[in-house]
Design a binder for this molecule. Structure first.
Ligand SMILES: NC(=O)c1ccc[n+]([C@@H]2O[C@H](COP(=O)([O-])OP(=O)(O)OC[C@H]3O[C@@H](n4cnc5c(N)ncnc54)[C@H](OP(=O)(O)O)[C@@H]3O)[C@@H](O)[C@H]2O)c1
Length: 288
């Protein structure tokens, strides 16, 4: 119950009403018996500047930041974690003694989801897509000692810009190509990560970007889209017996990591997972 000592956390976005984060974080807070509350804040672009000073004034402890503010918010922060700085996007802010520090837990959430199911050290990774999520994941892969990273996109200029940016800031030389040339890379690929919205509800009948016959059973296939839980590319991966990873785990673990950053406390990930599955209408997460 909220009282005079309740500490406040929240999420800012535009829109924000669809977000599962309030449900997920409040279930965790309740299960741990903490006097915290997590609320949604619908913040328009023109108010981003006031957001940080307003949050400090209200003694808010931590915020998640979602679309479309993940990049814009950076210029109003006092400090930024080095991974978030390289990625150029922040989804978590911690307030400590009037200092606002930004982090990117989307990247960490994706790595946790991946490493839960497969070893990633020295692996060859094919990343489909070159947008914001690809950027976060591709940078995070550079911190994981993978062997190689190749970014494929339907517009090659975007893949080239991202690959060049990462190559200039890290020890990796990231390759890039057109999505339509995926066949050239699949023989040597250990892990496929789909970061495009291909197959996302309501476009569930989109042709998958990679088919079963182009995969092999030793591969791991990670789709960061989780509506539906079993996307087209994951159906293809099942046909060949490849390891499959759902984007719902990435969403879960970004929340777990944000909570740890804010409070230093390990979140109750089971409770968080149960509540997001229930809200998504999923009865059984199966192998995911
Ligand atoms: N699981 C999670 O926690 C989580 C977190 C973040 C994002 N996501 C999901 O990840 C997806 C991408 O998000 P984002 O922020 O990276 O988006 P974004 O910045 O708009 O980038 C989308 C990328 O996908 C490509 N693309 C778009 N539609 C495509 C299609 N039908 N076929 C092939 N390529 C396509 C785009 O290619 P072009 O450059 O050629 O246009 C672009 O490279 C969304 O579905 C989002 O919901 C999930």
């Amino acid at each position: 119950m909220i009282d005079g000592n309740t500490l406040l956390f929240g999420i800012v976005g535009d829109p924000v009403g669809h977000s599962l984060s309030p449900l997920m974080h409040n279930a965790n807070i309740e299960s741990l018996g903490l006097n915290y509350a997590y609320v949604p804040f619908h913040v328009k672009k023109e108010n981003i500047q006031n957001l940080i000073s307003g949050a400090k004034a209200l003694n808010i402890q931590g915020l998640n930041v979602t679309i479309p503010h993940k990049i814009e918010v950076i210029k109003y922060l006092d400090e930024i974690d080095s991974l978030a700085e390289n990625i150029g996007a922040v989804n978590t802010i911690k307030f400590t003694d009037g200092i606002a520090k930004g982090y990117n837990t989307d990247a960490i959430g994706a790595m946790t989801a991946l490493k839960e199911k497969t070893d990633i050290k020295n692996k060859n990774v094919l990343v489909l897509g070159a947008g914001g999520a690809s950027r976060a994941i591709s940078y995070a892969l550079c911190e994981e000692d993978v062997n190689s990273i190749t970014i494929l996109n339907r517009h090659i200029n975007k893949a080239e810009a991202l690959a060049d940016d990462i190559s200039s800031k890290t020890d990796y030389t990231v390759s890039y190509d057109l999505q339509s040339n995926s066949n050239k890379y699949l023989k040597d690929t250990d892990i496929i990560i789909n970061t495009t919205p291909n197959g996302m509800y309501p476009h569930v009948d989109d042709k998958p970007l990679i088919y079963a016959q182009e995969m092999n059973s030793d591969m791991a296939v990670f789709d960061i889209v989780y509506t539906p839980l079993e996307t087209g590319i994951l159906k293809e991966a099942k046909k060949i017996g490849a390891t499959r990873i759902s984007g719902i785990k990435m969403f879960l673990y970004q929340g777990v990591e944000s909570f740890k950053i804010w409070t230093g406390i390990d979140a109750n990930s089971k409770v968080m997972e149960d509540v997001i599955l229930k809200a998504s209408g999923i009865d059984d997460i199966g192998e995911f």
